[in-house]
Ligand binder design. Structure first.
Ligand code: SF4
Length: 206
């Protein structure tokens, strides 16, 4: 997939792009969400972690990875010794997509058009950061990074390439670990994810 229109972004800074994204209307998701939730992390990040979209808590706080899955993700990165100063976390889609059930906002999966529209911002984050590796956390992130649908469970733990040539490590989204009903299975899933993060650490050069 080619995104030639965004090649000018090398002239911008990450902060300027973050500011631009606050007013984005490239798809309809901005209409119901509270705010754009842009990525966070150092300009010197060696790894960019890409999730699906902000959750309910992220939408309200305006920051990525601050919900329950994000907290567990933080704990696993610490366990495996990935330095957070060398990480940048973001989402494939930067507005919260949900359905209202009563007063509850229930997560709704972004569609291919929304993922493609929001690739404009992800492309700029990758171009400006130039990480050693981007990590696709789940199918939506993999689709955004690779530019097509990716069988995550088949390719988990392998490297493929983004549209711009950035190596992409494929794994599951940390929220999937929280949904495993059996405790033993949940621990095993957590350990498998930690193993993936050790592989990611090995791919970081800086
Ligand atoms: S989801 Fe992405 S493309 Fe759609 S309005 Fe929000 S920032 Fe723009």
């Amino acid at each position: 997939m080619d995104f030639p229109e965004s090649k000018h972004v090398k002239l911008k800074t990450l902060d300027a792009v973050r500011e631009d994204a606050q007013d984005c209307t490239r798809c309809d998701l901005y209409k119901n969400a509270t705010q754009t939730v842009f990525g966070e992390g150092g300009n010197q990040a060696r790894v960019v972690f890409v999730g699906e979209q902000p959750g309910d808590k992220e939408d309200v706080e305006g920051r990525p990875f601050v919900g329950p899955a994000g907290r567990m993700f933080d704990a696993i990165l610490e366990e495996v010794g990935i330095d957070r100063k060398k990480t940048y976390v973001t989402n494939a889609v930067k507005h919260f997509k949900f359905e209202l059930r009563g007063k509850r906002r229930i997560h709704s999966k972004p569609n291919a058009g929304e993922i493609r529209a929001c690739r404009w911002w992800l492309d700029q984050e990758l171009t400006l950061i130039q990480p050693d590796v981007a990590v696709a956390l789940g199918a939506t992130a993999a689709r955004a990074l690779v530019g097509k649908a990716v069988p995550v469970m088949t390719l988990r733990g392998t490297i493929t390439e983004s549209a711009e040539g950035v190596p992409v490590f494929i794994t599951v989204h940390p929220s999937s670990l929280l949904r495993v009903p059996d405790e033993m299975d949940r621990r095993r899933a957590r350990e498998l994810f930690a193993e993936d993060m050790r592989k990611v650490k090995a791919l970081m050069k800086g």
